[in-house]
Design a protein around this ligand. Structure first.
Ligand SMILES: [Zn+2]
Ligand SMILES: [Zn+2]
Length: 217
């Protein structure tokens, strides 16, 4: 068993990254709102819901399972984290099954993507022939479509369908290259600075508490 103090240190480190992740998420939501204010289609509008339904029917855009057979949740194609810098804007938001949303996190949290240019494209690229060893995502797709030829064609069909969907959003396509070119570096810097700030602030608070309370510790 781990020593309690090492568990505590792990918890403190996790709390600092939670603070930093929260900051990134708040920033990405704020940017999403500002950047899309004048866009023709609004997220949450009946028109957008209809565009998503038209593109994917009642199926998960990744694994094609039926909405009626699974739990579906809001999904961001480019994940809303510091690495993928996804926004909550039309063209990046859809609904997917909870399992895919969960499985996709592995690609979304890779610092360097080797299979594709984006997290969602990478997720759909694990056809069982491109990873050195069968990775958990390759296994996930192999369990969904056991026949290799079928798996490859289903994955590339879904990849194409998502690309076509995204291409329908002109304003989104216009800003996308600039987002990808600038945000990850900016966010990486903020993420680090926020962690340093949290650490410094906690230490300083401890000192101030020690000084004002007179409690010895
Ligand atoms: Zn799915
Ligand atoms: Zn793989």
């Amino acid at each position: 068993m781990k020593h309690p103090s090492s568990q505590l240190r792990t918890a403190t480190r996790r709390a600092k990254s939670d603070v930093a992740n929260k900051l990134i998420s708040m920033f990405l939501h704020e940017l999403s709102q500002s950047i899309s204010r004048t866009w023709k289609v609004k997220i949450g509008s009946a028109e957008y819901v209809e565009m998503v339904r038209e593109a994917f029917g009642n199926l998960c855009p990744y694994c094609s399972c039926e909405m009626a057979d699974a739990t579906f949740i809001v999904e961001h194609l480019d994940g809303m984290n510091r690495l993928r810098a996804g926004l909550h804007v039309p063209g990046n938001v859809l609904v997917a099954c909870k399992r895919c949303n969960n499985e996709k996190r592995r690609d979304d949290s890779l610092t360097v993507l080797s299979l594709a240019a984006s997290g969602w494209e990478s997720f759909l690229s694990h056809d069982g022939t491109r990873c050195k060893m069968l990775c958990p995502t390759c296994k996930y797709w192999a369990a969904r479509w056991s026949d290799e030829a079928e798996r490859k064609s289903r994955l590339s069909e879904n990849l194409l369908r998502i690309r076509l969907f995204r291409n329908r959003f002109e304003e989104f396509q216009t800003v996308l290259p600039a987002l990808h070119a600038t945000l990850p570096a900016l966010l990486a810097k903020s993420y680090l600075e926020c962690q340093v700030f949290a650490e410094t602030e906690i230490k300083s608070l401890l000192e101030r508490f020690r000084a004002t309370s007179g409690v010895q510790f």
